[in-house]
Design a protein around this ligand. Structure first.
Ligand code: SF4
Length: 273
């Protein structure tokens, strides 16, 4: 049984967030943004400056929506129909661009064809059988960590497979190295483990990263990880402590790096002092 969180608690709020509120509730996305660049965190979560998604984020979002439909279909024991997912993909691709102006780096038609080809490949190669009924799909969850002196942790579990394996989907242009992938997504995976245990009073069977790789010939890389360890939980809690302390001090300084090339707040950052 998984605790359901009121959707308004995870929705972006239109007005600037006071830092006290950001100290009370954290998510993997907030922690990752904080670790990446505290000034970016300030623009995104404190000022909440609206920005259209990048082309890569847009493609990832559409692919996630198709996968969500697929997961819900298995939950409802519906037969698998590629045409249904293709129709959903096509309609969302068009519909979402009515409200978001995407800056395409490459030809949009090519991007669209490549995105669908990658999804088709996933459906052929996925280790999840067509009749495997999920334990949970797109479930908002929360964990009260006040007994650790920490803020409330919130998140959404994309998919929990039958038997308690948590799956996270990634759409990427590069083939991931499994060890690096586990390291880079450690905060998110640890958050999932803590959230799952708090919601179900059970330890997860493991975690899986399903990388849908958008190379010329699409690939699927599945990285399997055991249940999160005590060390990983401790590392997550220390990151959360550091986050609360830094937000409280309003320590919003820039962290220039290679990642700045794709930062949506580059212009504002250059004006900051
Ligand atoms: S451009 Fe770089 S340093 Fe500036 S806010 Fe973005 S990520 Fe941070």
């Amino acid at each position: 049984m998984i605790a359901v969180l009121d959707p308004v608690q995870v929705a972006a709020r239109p007005e600037p967030n006071p830092t006290e509120e950001l100290q009370k509730t954290v998510s993997a996305s907030r922690l990752n943004c904080w670790l990446q660049c505290r000034l970016k965190f300030f623009f995104r979560y404190v000022l909440q400056l609206p920005r259209p998604p990048s082309a890569a984020m847009f493609v990832g979002s559409i692919a996630h929506q198709v996968l969500q439909q697929w997961n819900h279909g298995r939950w409802r024991k519906e037969p698998f129909q590629t045409e249904k997912f293709k129709a959903w993909f096509d309609s969302q691709w068009t519909e979402e661009q009515k409200t978001s102006k995407i800056k395409w780096d490459d030809d949009q038609a090519d991007e669209r064809a490549s995105a669908w080809k990658t999804l088709e490949h996933y459906f052929l190669e996925t280790p999840i059988k067509a009749d495997e009924r999920p334990e949970a799909v797109e479930v908002p969850v929360e964990a009260d960590l006040s007994h650790h002196g920490l803020p409330r942790l919130i998140g959404i579990l994309d998919l929990v497979r039958a038997g308690g394996t948590i799956v996270d989907f990634k759409v990427t242009g590069k083939t991931p190295d499994p060890e690096q992938a586990i390291h880079q997504h450690e905060i998110q995976l640890s958050c999932y483990g803590v959230l799952y245990r708090d919601a179900t009073s059970r330890k997860e069977a493991g975690l899986e990263l399903h990388h849908l790789v958008r190379t010329k010939t699409p690939k699927l890389i599945v990285t399997r990880i055991g249940p999160i360890t005590q060390q990983q939980e401790t590392r997550l809690f220390k990151v959360m402590e550091s986050y609360v302390d830094g937000v409280g001090r309003q320590d919003f300084v820039p962290s220039p790096s290679f990642g700045c090339a794709g930062c949506e707040y580059f212009t504002e950052c250059r004006r900051w002092s």
